[in-house]
Write a protein that binds this ligand. Structure first.
Ligand code: NAD
Ligand code: UFG
Length: 351
């Protein structure tokens, strides 16, 4: 076991959904953490709650910096002040529909931001990176479960940024072999911190299934549109691999430990999923059970570009990172409901 004594981790996008949950676990594990976030899709209240959760002592090991990865000076300022041992890079835009309408915003933010980050990391000789990739890089998988060495494919501009950024990471590492880069391909992150104090708080109408269901349950939205009921699946609705955000957070700790201990890493991709497929209707039923309410649904046509069934092969992460998901659908729904019922309007009070 390595000591985390004074290991400084830069977490980009650390005020966001996955970032906040990961920062709690990093602090609990003894790492020192600096967040850089431009608050494009987050609020400082979320970081305040991270501090409350870890308590006054561990809070001393957390710094928050308002900054934008597209401004190299913001990164220069940080790296010139602190010697970082590794970076966990969450910062990015992630709304698939918006990326189709406004691809330049996605290319600018996700690509330029990340290229700047690599430049500044190289300049300050910080060459350990954990990058947030996505199961979106499998596109419409021909086979399931998705295995890391499958052919990759982008279905939309958001997905293309993840695909490009994976390729960019592989190229950089190939040209400069002292880089150690882990690409984590998240399947469908859901759930919330067990305290009910942290969770997903999307701006506007949610794009994703779970926050939509929870907003129906708290009365913010009238009913759930179920996109597609004629898929060749067990009940006709699409199947995904939902993963508890705390399991995901622990996956990042496992990846960091690997970066600090393994002799050779190169640039390697790992799926973070449970390996279990759950249909939309199964998810609705599981949520109804924990919240004790009926979620009204409307059966709608398929959403363009949606795959029928996607779930992860989990063997590589289990074998090489020593990580596997602990939580099932019931715990994901239970924790998401605790967050939603305690914070029906997310981090804000009712408008
Ligand atoms: P999020 O929007 O909650 O968090 C991202 C954070 O990055 C936000 O706080 C935002 O303000 C910040 N940010 C964005 N652009 C920035 C910039 N240029 N400079 C500084 N900060 C910036 O999203 P999340 O769900 O926590 O996702 C984190 C990462 O994981 C993203 O890269 C996302 O693409 C990836 N991912 C998410 C999912 C998912 O379903 N949530 C699935 C797969 C991959
Ligand atoms: N769904 C509904 N109603 C909704 C929202 C979603 O029926 O209101 C359905 C979708 O059609 C899909 C399933 O619920 O069958 C899951 O949808 P999400 O939008 O929650 O997640 P996706 O699997 O479609 O994809 C999202 C991102 C991808 C990313 C993936 C995994 O859009 O880019 O999560 O991280 F790769």
């Amino acid at each position: 076991m390595v000591s985390n004594q004074q290991q400084n981790i830069l977490v980009t996008g650390g005020a966001g959904f996955i970032g906040t949950h990961t920062v709690v676990q990093l602090l609990n594990e003894g790492f020192w953490v600096s967040i850089i976030d431009n608050l494009d899709n987050s609020v400082t209240e979320a970081v305040d709650r991270v501090r409350d959760l870890v308590g006054p002592d561990l809070s001393l090991n957390l710094e928050f910096h308002l900054g934008d990865l597209r401004n190299k000076e913001d990164l220069e300022k940080l790296f010139s002040q602190t010697k970082f041992d590794a970076v966990i890079h969450f910062a990015g835009l992630k709304a698939v529909g918006e990326s189709v309408v406004n691809p330049r915003r996605y290319f600018d933010n996700n690509l330029i931001g990340t290229i700047n980050l690599y430049e500044v990391m190289a300049k300050y000789n910080c060459k350990r990176m954990v990058f947030s990739s996505s199961s979106t890089v499998y596109g419409q998988p021909e086979k399931i479960p998705c295995v890391e060495d499958f052919h990759l494919q982008a279905m939309n501009p958001y997905g293309r940024t993840k695909l490009f950024l994976e390729e960019i990471a592989r190229d950089i590492q190939k040209a400069e072999p002292d880089w150690k880069i882990i690409l984590l391909r998240y399947f469908n992150p859901v759930g919330a911190h067990e305290s009910g104090q942290l969770g997903e708080d999307p701006k506007g109408i949610p794009n994703n299934l779970m926050p939509y269901i929870h907003q129906v349950a708290v009365g913010r939205l009238p009913e759930l549109n179920v996109y597609g009921f004629d898929y060749p699946t067990k009940d006709g609705t699409a199947v995904r691999d939902y993963i508890h955000v705390m399991d995901l957070a622990d996956g990042h700790i496992a990846a960091l430990r690997k970066l600090f201990t393994a002799e050779y890493i190169g640039c390697t991709a790992y799926n973070l999923g449970t390996g279990q497929g759950t249909s939309v209707l199964e998810m609705v039923a599981a949520f109804e059970k924990v919240c004790g309410k009926r979620i009204p649904i409307k059966l709608c046509p398929r959403r363009p570009g949606d795959a029928t069934a996607v779930y992860a092969s989990k063997e590589k992460a289990e074998k090489e990172l020593g990580w596997k998901a602990k939580y099932g659908i019931e715990e994901m729904c239970r924790d998401q409901w605790r967050w939603a019922s305690q914070n029906p309007w997310g981090y804000q009070s009712k408008p």
